[in-house]
Design a protein around this ligand. Structure first.
Ligand SMILES: [Zn+2]
Ligand SMILES: [Zn+2]
Length: 374
């Protein structure tokens, strides 16, 4: 792939300064972001999470990131004799140090609710540490590389959706409470919430996936909804980062509707949190560029191969379930030829533009002609 061989003017092969440069920028940016969170917690951190942070450990991690970012920045310049990535990393480390570095004083805490920079940093750190090695070791398409075409667009999708987490959570939860309070019955909620947590978890997966199946199919069938969802299907490379390419409207509407039955039934918070943790890993895993053939699980829980077929360029409109593949069997939309993976991903005719901002406004622009679903 052209972009995998040359990027930003760098030779991307190992030992040529590109990989160290990217890691320099990534680590320095994480450390820099951590320092910003320490200095401006009111604007950049999620209020509910603040009390939970082990501050000494976080300061230590910031320290490690800044030192490693600096070292790799120098290494990148030496290896590549190009300065762009290395200097960017070093500049971020210097700025972070001027702001106090890992020992920066904690800024004033106010009631302001703004951006979830802490949420973004934690997630990108954990998911990258988990999925980058996994995809390198067990790649289905080893030639694809981490920096395949469109990776920056997907990173922006990841960044914006995490920074806006407080807003999107609010938009997910409020409609249920606003429009479906009438459907709540205390006796039913009490009965549901007093079941064992594990049973509630299984029920949440079932209830949420039933509504997600319906909403997802609707997003494929209704032309103006499809324009929002087409953004998710525009990825031609499947990997852990491609999971983030979701239009904000698609994400909020799908989650808000899936939350309605969970709200009405009144599941207990521990079971709901367990489900959230499960979803945040499982949703990324099923997009990953991994070759695992989990045949025993094929019809139990959605596997990467099952969801990759949902993203196939051909056939389209298959495998709508996000957790439970047998729902597609039940409703006649399953497609899982044994041992086979799709030849190509994306939408025929490539109707969706590249780039984050163009993808954000594209569904809102008037459709000239109906793009074919994929
Ligand atoms: Zn879809
Ligand atoms: Zn997907």
């Amino acid at each position: 792939m052209a972009l995998a061989e040359r990027s930003l003017g760098y030779d991307t092969r190992f030992g040529r300064g590109f990989i160290s440069g990217v890691f320099a920028v990534a680590l320095a940016a994480l450390g820099f972001g951590g320092v910003l969170c320490l200095r401006f917690p009111s604007f950049l951190t999620t209020p509910d999470a603040r009390a939970l942070y082990p501050l000494d450990l976080i300061r230590f991690l910031i320290h490690l990131h800044l030192v490693a970012g600096f070292g790799l920045g120098v290494l990148s310049i030496v290896l590549s004799r190009r300065a762009l990535l290395g200097l960017t990393g070093i500049a971020l480390v210097v700025t972070a140090t001027l702001l106090g570095g890992s020992q920066a004083p904690i800024g004033t805490l106010g009631g302001t609710r703004a951006l979830g920079l802490d949420w973004f940093l934690l997630n990108i750190l954990v998911l990258a540490m988990l999925f980058v090695p996994l995809e390198r070791l067990f790649a289905r398409l080893p030639a694809q590389g981490i920096f395949r075409p469109g990776w920056l667009t997907d990173l922006l999708h990841f960044g914006v959706s995490h920074l806006l987490v407080q807003l999107t959570v609010l938009l997910t939860l409020v409609p249920a409470a606003l429009f479906f309070k009438w459907a709540v019955h205390p006796a039913i909620q009490h009965a549901v919430a007093s079941q064992p947590a594990l049973l509630q978890f299984v029920e949440i997966v079932l209830v949420a996936d039933l509504s997600e199946y319906a909403v997802h199919r609707l997003f494929h069938a209704v032309p103006w909804l499809w324009r929002f969802h087409a953004v998710h299907h525009s990825s031609e490379a499947m990997d852990w980062l491609a999971a983030s390419r979701i239009h904000l409207v698609d994400a909020v509407v799908t989650r808000a509707l899936a939350f309605v039955p969970l709200y009405v039934l009144g599941f207990a918070p521990p079971a709901l949190y367990a489900y959230l943790v499960f979803v945040s890993f499982h949703a990324v895993f099923i997009h990953a560029n991994v070759r695992f053939d989990l045949r025993a699980l094929d019809w139990v829980v959605v596997t990467p191969r099952f969801h990759h077929w949902h993203h196939a360029a051909h056939p389209v409109d298959k495998n709508f379930a996000v957790h439970l593949p047998w729902l597609d069997r039940l409703f006649g939309t399953a497609h899982l030829p044994p041992g086979r993976w799709p030849d190509a991903y994306g939408i025929a005719g490539r109707p969706v533009p590249e780039g984050y901002w163009r993808q954000l406004v594209w569904p809102l622009q008037r459709a000239r002609r109906r793009p074919s679903p994929g």
